[in-house]
Design a protein around this ligand. Structure first.
Ligand code: NAD
Length: 475
């Protein structure tokens, strides 16, 4: 039961309910399923910080869900709602996510129970550094042990503090930069990480919409262009999901919901401009060309093609699932649809693109960042010029043979050698396309699998159990 004492399942129970349902479609032995399901290590810590003249006790967690591959990997969340069950659920999702997209890590997650808005930057730095120190003390952080990343309430700024704290305690460790990902680009980060989760959401939705028969089954035409989208949460994931779907896919974002309310415009809302507007004014309300809906929760019941919950878990529950009118729910957040609510939606014929797949772009590019840190070199550094020179020679030869000359712009496009960001996007796109096709394959092939989430679980569970079986279990 949840911490609130209501009849709803807790987040971790909800994840495990989905797990059990999918596990029935595998031949994995019962004991092994149990081992995959449990959290291997749960670290719960309280530590003091001094804020002004006051002492404050902070509650924090780091959960390593699965040690079948190391390091473990997962974001750190700063939120006043953080609790043990939530961090366990998020860590478990990380294991399944990593397996699904072939990122060779176990799953983990961290949480600090604070409301970041209530602290100054200096105070947040203090809390982040102390939390990192607690992780170091217990060997819960390190390039080969456990590698955090950003999540709700944290970003590249916090990751830089974590790195610096780790470096202080591990002076001279050559691979230290790989102890955390999502770092600023000029602090051993990688180009394309900030937008990665949202970009992955775009690739995932686009891939679903690329199969005409699957679109037809829910009354949609193929392709993302012109599809209407409603987004909850204009943070890292929500803003880039919307922006990239708009700019690269020609989707139309008709509504955005944030803490302060929900805005709507039939004609579409420019997300790039909205993000700037919110930064200046501290609210999305009053954005030119939009109207504010009476209730913040109205985003759930809007008529649209794609509903994108990108804020927090448990947003679509048995209480409001019946109101959903979208054709597709794109789970950009982790656990936004409860397991029981999903039953209602699936019965209504609504397709859910599951979190463990759809938001895996973040961990995928985090993996690229980790690899970059271990190789101590920017991707593309060795081959970019070589590629460009080869392409230039090719173009010159073609011009000579045909007697025709290309324009400067055309030539630039044709002879562009891949930069780091080009390679990151290419690797991300490939990962999202392949993972979706693996899920779809199982979904179409295995009788009795009701939804894409169960299919995604089957893919992930088979990969993880394969690791255990091949490695054997010590002693
Ligand atoms: P974020 O802190 O950048 O943004 C979250 C936004 O949601 C904030 O702007 C917040 O004000 C808003 N919000 C909170 N409650 C809301 C409500 N009730 N209604 C409307 N808006 C609300 O966080 P994020 O990094 O974008 O993460 C969002 C979700 O995506 C989380 O579930 C997280 O676990 C998941 N996720 C994040 C990443 C990543 O790389 N950051 C990767 C995978 C999954």
């Amino acid at each position: 039961m949840s911490n609130t004492g209501s009849h709803h399942l807790s987040f971790f129970e909800s994840v495990n309910r989905n797990f059990d349902r999918a596990a029935a479609h595998t031949t994995i032995p019962k004991g092994l399923l149990e081992q995959i399901k449990v959290c291997n290590a749960v670290y719960e810590v309280t530590f003091p910080v001094k804020i002004g003249n006051q002492y404050q006790v902070i509650e924090a967690y780091r959960v390593q869900h699965s040690h079948h591959r190391l390091p473990t990997k997962g974001g750190i969340r700063f939120s006043h709602l953080v609790n043990r069950d939530e961090v366990m659920a998020l860590a478990a999702l990380m294991s399944y996510k990593c397996a699904l997209v072939d990122v060779p890590f176990g799953g983990a997650k961290g949480g600090v129970k604070i409301s970041p808005r209530k602290y100054t930057e200096a105070q947040l730095e203090k809390i982040t550094r102390r939390y990192t120190t607690e992780l170091i003390r217990k060997n819960f952080i390190g390039p080969g042990l456990d590698v955090p990343a950003p999540d709700y309430g944290t970003g590249s700024r916090e990751m830089a503090w974590i790195l610096d704290t780790y470096l202080t305690f591990n002076h001279g460790e050559i691979d230290a930069a790989a102890c955390v990902t999502g770092k600023p680009e000029n602090q051993s980060g990688i180009r394309g990480r900030t937008e990665a989760t949202g970009r992955g959401v775009y690739y995932g939705v686009r891939q679903f919409l690329s199969y005409p028969e699957d679109c037809k089954a829910i009354g949609l035409t193929p392709g993302i262009a012109g599809k209407t989208m409603v987004i909850q949460g204009l943070g890292n994931v929500g803003s880039y999901s919307g922006m990239i779907s708009q700019e690269e896919g020609d989707a139309v974002v008709i509504a955005v919901s944030e803490i302060e309310g929900t805005i709507y415009s039939e004609k579409g809302i420019n997300i790039d401009k909205l993000v700037k507007f919110r930064k200046e004014r501290g609210t999305i309300i009053g954005f030119p060309g939009t109207k504010t809906l009476p209730n913040r929760e109205d985003w759930v019941s809007l008529e649209c093609d794609i509903l994108v919950p990108a804020a927090l878990e448990n947003q679509i529950t048995t209480d409001n699932a019946k109101k959903v009118k979208a054709k597709i729910i794109a789970e950009a957040a982790n656990g936004p649809v409860t397991s029981e609510a999903a039953d209602i939606l699936t019965k209504k014929g609504i397709v859910i693109l599951p979190d463990m797949y759809l938001n895996a772009g973040g961990v995928t590019v985090s993996y690229f960042e980790w690899l970059k840190n271990l190789s101590h070199m920017r991707f593309g550094r060795m081959e970019k010029r070589y590629q460009e020179n080869s392409l230039r020679n090719l173009v010159a030869t073609l011009e000579r043979l045909t007697g025709q000359n290309l324009g400067v712009k055309e030539k630039d496009i044709l002879t562009h050698g891949a930069d780091e960001v080009d390679l990151v996007r290419s690797g991300l796109e490939d990962t999202m396309v392949n993972a979706y096709d693996q899920i779809r394959e199982i979904y179409k092939r295995k009788k009795g699998i009701e939804d894409l989430r169960s299919a995604a679980f089957v893919v992930a569970l088979n990969k993880i159990s394969g690791d255990y079986v091949r490695l054997g279990i010590f002693p």
